[in-house]
Design a binder for this molecule. Structure first.
Ligand SMILES: *[C@@H]1O[C@H](CO)[C@@H](O)[C@H](O)[C@H]1NC(C)=O
Ligand SMILES: *[C@@H]1O[C@H](CO)[C@@H](O)[C@H](O)[C@H]1NC(C)=O
Ligand SMILES: *[C@@H]1O[C@H](CO)[C@@H](O)[C@H](O)[C@H]1NC(C)=O
Ligand SMILES: *[C@@H]1O[C@H](CO)[C@@H](O)[C@H](O)[C@H]1NC(C)=O
Ligand SMILES: *[C@@H]1O[C@H](CO)[C@@H](O)[C@H](O)[C@H]1NC(C)=O
Ligand SMILES: *[C@@H]1O[C@H](CO)[C@@H](O)[C@H](O)[C@H]1NC(C)=O
Ligand SMILES: *[C@@H]1O[C@H](CO)[C@@H](O)[C@H](O)[C@H]1NC(C)=O
Length: 443
């Protein structure tokens, strides 16, 4: 049963100099079809007039993380419940608690509270697995930081001592785009006790799953792909207007990126990017660098054109048939993802901690860049340099689809293909043949 609907939409954006671009967006990602963020509401203890509950957000998206300023979770109480106390998170508004008097006031009397995470360095009011500043890592990259919990005491629950599930769950993670199913009763979550000897189910569990749709998020594309190869000096740059069109005045160097197309930008942050023909904040460049006998080498470069935004814990997903073979990645962490019956391989790349896991912003005429070389084994049955085979089929940056150049613009093979013969490591081989007998006595 699926509660969220999928949309496909095409928006044509006309522009003053006659160019226009087409953005299509859909909510179903064929490379991560079950991706979701689940919200689990576990009631683990009854109290005199309510219950204690633990709420867990779990990010099951393989390569979509929840970035700064972090998630915001909201719901609407079914009756007149109040949040008496809370640890590991806070409600952003106390609401109207005027019917309560006494020394302790409820934490929030709002009918529709909004909950935000605490920062990692708070020392008070923590709970287990809490306080990640609202950040959730992508499931395939860092599963230990892909979930977060907070605890709350609910009072004034009405006749049913185990309450009634809240309605209208909303998740901003951090922006719009998520749709959550209703919280439904499921089998109670079980924890283990006595070092795993004893199973302890909670009293009641409600669960919801929230799914992302770039259509609902209503944002312009954030990323484009450019290509080059050793056999053609012409670089295939990003398509003009991939992420919007630049101002007609070509002398402007910094451009303001339009926010989400309809909704007003909730954090009031204006994205300023370097003015380019593609207007994308991020560009991924794929350079087919060497063609060896049994292997081939690619240089992958990611550039940040933002003036005021660093991307921490960025990731890039590449779909290419070559990734079904053995690969070595030199300067990024990487993992292969399930191909889901696809002929192509799918590799996920992300930065190495303290080295290049932050993609720095554009600074004084210098683009923030991270790059790596990738060595891929050849499958002699499929490898070819013709018809653009060596170029990626699809690239995502932080889970967002990157705009590819059109296939007829891919770097073309020269007519005389002598330059294309794989370079044979003849010198190395000669060296080994000549000197191996000499080295042998010491080996
Ligand atoms: C949410 O993700 C989990 C883990 O991948 C999966 O088992 C579950 O079926 C997903 N739920 C939905 C509604 O897609
Ligand atoms: C946080 O802890 C302090 C002291 O332990 C307590 O007075 C306060 O009510 C707590 N706040 C919340 C929101 O639980
Ligand atoms: C707060 O709620 C009380 C009733 O519980 C009501 O009389 C009062 O007008 C409310 N105050 C505001 C500001 O809404
Ligand atoms: C992209 O725009 C530049 C000028 O801004 C122009 O020189 C170039 O021809 C355009 N490319 C395409 C493919 O239209
Ligand atoms: C980006 O990171 C650099 C280096 O850590 C820092 O100096 C700069 O202030 C950051 N910029 C933003 C907009 O956060
Ligand atoms: C990335 O790779 C480094 C070293 O190769 C490793 O120490 C680190 O744990 C990896 N990071 C993640 C998030 O897997
Ligand atoms: C390649 O050959 C085609 C015809 O076979 C010709 O039209 C084209 O100009 C040639 N390209 C180069 C770069 O020589």
């Amino acid at each position: 049963m699926s509660y969220y609907t999928c949309h496909v939409m095409i928006i044509a954006v006309g522009h003053s100099d006659g160019e226009f671009s087409i953005f299509s967006a859909d909510c179903f990602d064929p490379l991560d079809p079950t991706g979701n963020i689940s919200v689990t509401f576990d009631i683990y203890q009854r109290t005199d007039n309510g219950y204690l509950a633990r709420v867990t957000l779990q990010n099951y998206y393989q390569y979509r993380h929840v970035d700064k300023p972090g998630w915001k979770l909201g719901w609407r109480w079914a009756n007149n419940e109040v949040i008496w106390d809370m640890s590991g998170a806070i409600a952003t508004d106390r609401g109207n608690c005027s019917s309560y008097s006494g020394s302790q006031m409820p934490h929030s009397c709002k009918k529709d509270p909004i909950i935000v995470d605490l920062s990692p360095d708070v020392s008070q009011n923590r709970s287990e697995h809490c306080c990640r500043g609202g950040l959730l890592s992508a499931w395939s990259i860092d599963p230990f930081n892909a979930f977060s919990s907070f605890e709350l005491e609910v009072r004034n629950v009405g006749d049913n001592p185990l309450g009634q599930a809240p309605n209208d769950l909303t998740l901003m993670a951090p922006g719009p785009g998520y749709t959550c199913s209703p919280l439904l009763d499921t089998d109670p979550s079980v924890s283990s006790d006595f070092g795993g000897l004893r199973q302890v189910p909670v009293l009641r569990t409600w669960k919801s799953t929230c799914a992302y749709s770039s259509f609902l998020a209503n944002t312009l594309p954030v990323c484009c792909v450019s290509l080059s190869s050793f056999y053609n000096p012409i670089v295939t740059s990003c398509r003009n207007c991939s992420c919007g069109c630049r101002e007609a005045d070509k002398s402007t160097t910094s451009c303001i990126r339009p926010g989400p197309l309809s909704r007003s930008n909730e954090d009031n942050t204006i994205e300023i990017v370097e003015c380019t023909d593609h207007m994308c904040p991020v560009r991924v460049h794929w350079h087919f660098k060497n063609n060896y006998m049994n292997q081939w080498r690619v240089k992958l470069t990611i550039s940040n054109y933002n003036y005021n935004k660093n991307y921490s814990n960025w990731n890039v997903l590449v779909q290419h048939p070559g990734f079904t073979q053995q690969t070595s990645t030199y300067s990024f962490n990487s993992t292969k993802l399930p191909t889901l019956g696809n002929q192509d391989g799918v590799s996920l790349f992300w930065g190495i901690d303290y080295y290049n896991n932050v993609l720095l912003h554009f600074d004084k005429a210098q683009v923030g860049v991270v790059s790596t070389e990738i060595l891929l084994d050849k499958d002699p049955n499929s490898f070819t340099v013709s018809n653009g085979w060596a170029f990626p089929r699809r690239i995502y940056f932080n889970g967002e689809n990157c705009e590819m150049p059109l296939p007829d613009k891919f770097p073309m093979l020269p007519n005389r293909s002598s330059t294309l013969r794989p370079t044979y490591c003849g010198f190395t081989l000669l060296f080994i043949l000549l000197f191996l007998p000499l080295l042998h006595p010491w080996l």
